[in-house]
Structures are given as structure tokens and as C-alpha cells.
Design a protein around this ligand. Structure first.
Ligand code: SF4
Length: 149
């Protein structure tokens, strides 16, 4: 699956949940709490493949899933830029995490970073619109918007 397919699919799933919670009169705080890993496993099992085991993507006692993927993640399915004989496909805008190479491509590995999974971070960067929160992630879309200005 391409980055963009996953990204769009995930954002659309997020919107379905948000629409449901807004219709039920949830406040911002209640919405953030709803996205706590344990609650999501119970009530939104299709939201993430890891819920089925269930298995946390990061070893945190309290893990919040509201901002998965992460506003700092950057990707381009056609490649961000060349690096030596490889192409960087994704990276972190604040230089957290690590990279890994697969064939001739380099990808961002967020396994060691918990930034977007803390409730305080979610509250500070909160929007009901997931695509707005992730507005800088898809580099091709950012470039298209800049060209259209
Ligand atoms: S390394 Fe952390 S901050 Fe960077 S994109 Fe991954 S989860 Fe986000």
C-alpha cells in the first residue's frame, strides 16, 4: 500500500469516528480521552490493525491514538529526495526517530518516538479535522497548494 492510500484511508476512518462523537455531543477533552488505546481497542477495533492482537505501537502506559500518524511525518510516494544511491521516501520534520533502508529506498522509522501519542501534545495541536492536523505530511499535496497560490 502506498503512503498516500494509507494516509487517506486512515483520515477518512478518523472522520467517521469524529462525526459520531460530535453527534453525541462530546467535548474536546472527551474526544481525546475516547482515542485512548484501551478504549479504541474496545470500541473502534477496525481503526488500526494492531488493535486486533491487541498490541501497542509504542511501549507507553497511556497511549493516545488521536494523532496517528503524526503531524511531523513527511512522505512522498515519488520520493522526497535522493540520498547517495537511494531515495528518501519519508522523514521526520523535527529529526526524531530513525531511518531504515529497504532495497533502494529510505523510510522513516518512528518506533523510538512517542511525540504524537501524549494527550498533552494532542490537546495542544488539536483539530477536529485530521487532514488539517496532517496538512504538511503529504509533500506532493503541499507542493500543489504552493503552485496554486
Ligand atoms: S519520529 Fe516522532 S515526531 Fe517524527 S514523525 Fe515519527 S512520530 Fe512524529
Amino acid at each position: 500500500m502506498s503512503y498516500r492510500s494509507w494516509f487517506n484511508e486512515h483520515g477518512n476512518k478518523h472522520k467517521v469516528i469524529i462525526d459520531k462523537l460530535i453527534a453525541a455531543d462530546y467535548s474536546k477533552e472527551m474526544i481525546i480521552e475516547y482515542f485512548d488505546f484501551e478504549n479504541m481497542v474496545k470500541h473502534e477495533n477496525d481503526f488500526c490493525v494492531l488493535y486486533q492482537e491487541p498490541k501497542k505501537c509504542h511501549d507507553m502506559e497511556k497511549l493516545n491514538c488521536y494523532m496517528c500518524a503524526c503531524p511531523n511525518f513527511r512522505f512522498d510516494d515519488e520520493g522526497i529526495k535522493p540520498y547517495a544511491d537511494k531515495t528518501i521516501m519519508s522523514e521526520c520534520d523535527i529529526d526524531n526517530g530513525e531511518e531504515f533502508a529497504h532495497d533502494d529506498k529510505i523510510h522513516q522509522n518512528c518506533a523510538s518516538c512517542t511525540v504524537p501519542h501524549h494527550e498533552a501534545y494532542v490537546a495542544k495541536n488539536f483539530s477536529l479535522d485530521w487532514f488539517e492536523m496532517m496538512g504538511e505530511c503529504d509533500i506532493q499535496i503541499v507542493k500543489t497548494k504552493e503552485t496554486d497560490k
